[in-house]
Design a protein around this ligand. Structure first.
Ligand code: IPD
Ligand code: CA
Ligand code: CA
Length: 271
């Protein structure tokens, strides 16, 4: 069992406190499913509460650091450290809303544009993933390594799909078509943070999605890198937190997947 650094302990404490309230609210949802107003307002309140808890805990431990948070936006660092927390208090909101036990809290720390630590916590399965630059990636204290598979035919690939007014369905349908044709299968589980953590854990060989925000992926990206994987934009350009797309893989499959994912776009252009 690896010992965690002071930094990871701070992140874990904040995630743990928010997780307790998310878990309570997730349990309550069952009673709300039947009410006419529906549980959507309740879930957004749960989300906001979790974010507030995380912000309070992180600010107490590291007072000058900045924030970028899904619900409350950006706050610059005030201590000259150039460090900021990147937080999604509830990744997998739609799953949560529908009573599906697959969602996570995602907390990353960025220093002058570089992600230096990340934590993804799934409170229902009690899976805590964490990574620090140069120190490896871990799941509940156990060192993680990406999958060694290299034949696409053996690979399981995760993705996120456009929904209700978001994203480009035609492009996505082309992408999923080529990936379905060439791999063991595709999963759309509804939490980008966990999709990336699962690539780090060797459960998925890769993950791709377009149109994500920094808080969806910041922690997951360092998990994948520290587990020996590779992260880029879908076209191979180097990844940053404003990138319009992400392809994270076990490294072995990266260039093959990039080639496949390029096909639907070039077909569109040729039409
Ligand atoms: C969403 C999840 C999902 C992805 C969406 C994200 P949210 O985050 O990560 O897997 O496909 O694009 O917005 O809204 O549940 O925090
Ligand atoms: Ca999210
Ligand atoms: Ca969210």
């Amino acid at each position: 069992m690896a010992t965690r650094s002071a930094l990871i302990n701070v992140m874990e404490k904040a995630a743990d406190k928010a997780a307790r309230s998310l878990k309570r609210d997730f349990g309550e949802l069952e009673n709300l499913q039947v009410s006419r107003k529906g549980p959507a307002d309740f879930v957004s309140a749960a989300d906001l509460k979790a974010e507030k808890t995380i912000k309070e805990e992180l600010s107490k431990a590291r007072p000058g650091y900045g924030f970028i948070m899904e619900e409350s936006g950006e706050q610059k660092a005030s201590d000259g450290s150039g460090r900021r927390w990147i937080v999604d208090p509830l990744d997998g909101t739609t799953n949560f809303l529908h009573g599906l036990p697959h969602f996570a809290i995602s907390i990353a720390l960025e220093e002058r544009g570089e992600i230096i630590a990340g934590l993804v916590y799934d409170p229902i399965k009690n899976d805590l993933f964490h990574a620090e630059r140069g120190a490896g990636a871990y799941q509940n204290g156990r060192r993680l390594r990406v999958s060694a598979r290299n034949r696409l035919a053996d690979c399981l690939i995760a993705t996120g799909a456009p929904f209700l007014g978001h994203g480009d369905r035609a492009t996505f349908l082309g992408e999923i078509d080529v990936i379905m044709e060439n791999t063991s299968g595709v999963r759309r589980w509804g939490s980008a943070a966990l999709d990336l953590a699962y690539v780090a854990a060797g459960r998925f060989e890769a993950f791709w999605e377009r149109g994500l925000s920094s808080w969806d992926v910041a922690a997951g990206v360092i998990l994948v890198r520290e587990a020996g994987g590779y992260v880029s934009e879908m076209n191979g350009k180097s990844f940053n937190l404003d990138s319009p797309s992400i392809l994270a893989s076990n490294n072995n499959t990266h260039s093959d997947l990039m080639k496949l994912l390029r096909k639907p776009l070039s077909n569109q252009k040729a039409q």
